[in-house]
Design a binder for this molecule. Sequence first.
Ligand code: BG6
Length: 484
Amino acid sequence: TDYPHGFPAGFMWGGASAATQIEGAWNIDGKGLSGAECIVGGGQHNSTHDNVTKAALEKAITDQSTQRYPKRHGNDFYHHYKEDIKLMAEMGFKAYRFSISWSRIFPHGDDPAPNEQGLKFYDRVLAELHHYEIEPVVTLFHYDTPAALTLKYNGWADRRIIRAAKRYTQTVLKRYANQVKYWMTFNEINTGTTGFHATGAIDNDYSPAARLQLRYQALHHQFVAGAIATKQLREINPQSKMGCMIGRDQTYPATSNPTDVVLAQREDQLNLFYPDVQIRGEYPAYMNRYFSDHHIHIQMAAGDQELLKVYHADYLSFSYYTSRVSNSRPLASDKKITVNMARGFNNPYLKGTPWGWLIDPRGLRVTLNEFWDRYRVPLFIVENGLGAVDQLTSTMKVHDDYRIAYLKEHIEQIKEAVSDGVKLIGYLMWSPIDIVSFSTSEMSKRYGLVYVDLDDDGQGTYKRIRKDSFFWYQRVIETNGEKL
Ligand code: BG6
């Protein structure tokens, strides 16, 4: 019998981004502030999001000083979207993932009426994408809970936020559902267990146990809001698809010692929990034990379980940057690492990026096979890429062979997974145009195929310059992944 060789026809090659990291225009056309836009530049290896306090947030909202908040500026996509989408079209993009900023549509999250100027911006973006026949893939919530809702409800910790979210999703789904086939609910929903950036809830002064309780409760509210959005989409346009999205932490046991294997399985379940709820439609039994061990009690309202069951996601999308190691008996020499949301131990077989993220292309093949075996729904890689320091030469070139190597090695492994029989509908790299890093708010942690003349202090012309990887990716797409 035969098996697939190479990528299927219609495979969605492209790239992905998020509103707070690109748009800028934070105080233009009626936009309100999101929590992310209240975070000051953190500098390398210094993520400040989850340490934010209520006082800091209140101060940031009214701040008149020259303090820089990088996510208020992004790469100024708001004013460069035509140029940026044209560059994507030049690379042959089939799809582009972006997120809608809730606080651009409802400045305080729950205003009586949506902000028409905000809605018009996404009309323009969608028109531009359709002009080039680029399929839009839209994230409803990407780490940008309106700051006003953090002050009013402590974000997703309070169930009342669901009502506000429901109006936001109804508004944007109604407006755009005929133009957008692929939607997704919460970006990397699993990172809700790490705090504010994803839950919009300030919980620094809680005890560790109370904090965990709060975060899982907030996650429950997100599951419910996601199911409600899925219901809305089915009613508005049953042809469109709603996906769920996790940050994948492919997990390995440190050794073949069964104790490590059991630990790896338990820790992996904490990552699989999310698609288990959002695709299979129910809380998995293993979480009952985890909740009980950690004294967590999830408050559910009547009808929640039914909602999760009926309105589960149509496809599973995920980001993939790294893998993690579970080690039950670490030696003093075993290094603990926290990378993005993955917390684990060093892997002696892998090298890291300049930011210490372990590079593991084969792990992506493993993830794809595991996900396909487990869920049997179409898979969609909606983030994968390399954050690195780039040098602009005097002739305005960027020779980013390291980024080409990273992407190439991952795409090779994806190709293997497709040959293994995995049903994968697309690959969206992170991120076509240089973008503000989410975790560190740096510009110098560059992901793009296109360089943006902008530094960490906000100095620069915002000029776009094609890197070597731009031309490489163009050829990858042109040959449907044959020439890597
Ligand atoms: C993912 C997020 O975690 O990783 C993105 O969905 C983020 O928003 C990306 O930008 C890369 O992480 P970072 O922190 O290097 O920007």
